[in-house]
Design a protein around this ligand. Structure first.
Ligand code: GLN
Length: 487
């Protein structure tokens, strides 16, 4: 079954064929029908969304100019601050946290007249690959509810795949947009580090985190990226680079695309069906006239080890702020003042978050700093240099997003190392700061989606999206939707 894209939704509203309120009503009906099975959301506010839709409809009726995403229902990962409702990060620690301000990307969406319907479930503080680490219960994959949707932006991906919203925002520290996009059969983009302001994104690994869009097609993703990208005074790592008109770029001729094939992206532990589908996708490029060239990324084999040192080190530092004093949960009956910290953190954080804090504190401790953290930083540079060299020869590097198709709930949740290994192909783009996307490239024999990852040069999101769009003009995997999403 095919579902409306974000662009179709937006155009129908603009042309007054369907009102924003009708789309919002449809979103809310889907949410009410599917939430009991899927648990994609942490919260949603139907009245607020209907009122916002009404405002847009009135403005359109009066002939006023409206924004790029006028009236379009959007869902936000619940680690993006909103000045209304709660921002929980799917943690007991922030269960009742009300942010005094909205994230930069939320302001941008509102300025574009998007209608924010609700906030999506995630792995606690975005730490995980399956959305099973949410303190409020796991999210399920709409293609098969026995399977996980990927993580950590699992709720954001499920919301789009099941038709609860036309698009969503997630965050990606080591694959958290791309992995769920892959597992849910949609398109998701992690922009270049610095492309999108992180102001108002609850920090996990600050040198790795980026906010990005999830939607059905490369064109939809391009529309969302255009709205959220650009410099912001409040994030000193956001970059003064011109924001191209991403959707317009898609209609320009592709002109000599070269696709890199790295053997290291088809390594040990890769599922045979996933390999076949990813290789077939690369053949689609070849058949469409692209040059496919071998590239080498010799340090990629250290990416997972490097990532889980850098990310946990940064997490341990970022999460020090949850002390029962400044933010969030405070233990009910602390014995003394040290116990305020200890018990609040003991009660507020889940097991995976604690594991990360301990690991990160260890690699940063004096005596181990040089052996682990400093070494990881050096490896990070080597990985970045591998990409610099590879991108001298090619525009994009293609390979599977995940080594495996969607796993079953509970399959890896008690085996952290096995879970971490699902990020084997995604973390390197974060370590190197590169833009990378995942788009659907087929279904397994049991009908589960598989994603193709494309990585690009820094700030070449336009090229990356253009390449993804090319694939989507030759294939129709991006039009497939799970049966539960049928009206
Ligand atoms: N799975 C990775 C982790 O747990 C990536 C998560 C993310 O990108 N936020 O760290």
């Amino acid at each position: 079954m095919s579902m409306s894209t974000l662009v179709e939704t937006r155009d129908a509203i603009r042309l007054k064929q369907v009102s924003s309120r009708e789309w919002v009503r449809k979103s809310l009906a889907r949410i009410e029908r599917l939430e009991p099975q899927l648990h994609a959301l942490v919260s949603y506010d139907g009245d607020r969304a209907m009122a916002a839709g009404q405002t847009i409809d009135d403005r359109i009726a009066r002939g006023e100019a409206v924004g790029e995403l006028a009236g379009v229902p959007i869902i936000l990962k619940d680690n993006l601050c909103t000045s209304w409702g709660r921002t929980t990060c799917a943690s007991r620690m922030l269960e009742k946290f009300e942010s005094p301000y909205s994230a930069h990307v939320v302001e941008r969406l509102k300025a574009a007249d998007a209608v924010i319907v609700g906030k999506a479930n995630l792995d606690e503080f975005a730490m995980g690959s399956s959305t099973e680490n949410s303190a409020f219960g796991a999210t399920r994959n709409p293609w098969n509810t026995d399977c996980v949707p990927g993580g950590s932006s699992g709720g954001s991906a499920v919301a789009v795949a099941s038709g609860m919203a036309a698009g969503s925002l997630g965050s990606d520290t080591g694959g958290s947009i791309r992995l769920p996009a892959s597992f849910c059969g949609i398109t998701g983009l992690k922009p270049t580090y610095g492309r999108v302001s992180r102001y108002g994104l609850v920090a996990y690994g600050s040198s790795l985190d980026q906010i990005g869009p999830l939607a059905r097609t490369a064109r939809d993703v391009a529309c969302l990226l255009k709205v959220i990208a650009g410099w912001d005074l409040r994030d000193s790592t956001s970059v003064h680079e011109e924001v191209p008109d991403y959707p317009a770029v898609l209609d320009k001729p592709l002109g000599g695309l070269s696709v890199g094939y790295a053997e290291e992206c088809f390594g040990e532990g890769l599922d045979a069906e996933v390999r076949k589908l990813a290789e077939a996708a690369i053949e689609v490029y070849r058949a469409a006239g692209a040059q496919v060239r071998p590239v080498h990324l010799p340090h990629l084999k250290y990416a997972i080890a490097c990532y889980y040192v850098v990310a946990t080190a940064e997490a341990s530092s970022n999460l020090a702020r949850y002390d029962g004093v400044h933010y969030g949960l405070r233990a009910a009956a602390p014995k003394d003042y040290v116990d305020v910290y200890c018990s609040s953190r003991e009660e507020g954080f889940g097991a995976e978050v604690k594991r990360r804090i301990m690991l990160g504190t260890y690699v940063l401790s004096s005596g181990y700093y040089d052996a682990y953290y400093l070494k990881a930083l050096k490896v990070r540079t080597l990985i970045k240099q591998d990409f610099d060299r590879a991108f001298e020869d090619v525009d994009v590097i293609a390979g599977p997003t995940s080594p495996v198709p969607p796993i079953r709930l509970g399959e890896k949740v008690n085996d952290p190392l096995a879970m971490y290994l699902m990020d084997v192909y995604t973390v390197s783009a974060n370590l190197a700061g590169l833009p990378a996307l995942s788009m659907p490239c087929g279904l397994t024999g049991s009908g589960l989606p598989v994603g193709l990852q494309l990585m690009g040069k820094p700030f070449a999101e336009d090229r990356l999206l253009r390449a993804a769009h090319e694939y989507q003009t030759h294939t129709d995997w991006h039009t497939r939707a799970p049966a539960v999403s049928e009206p």
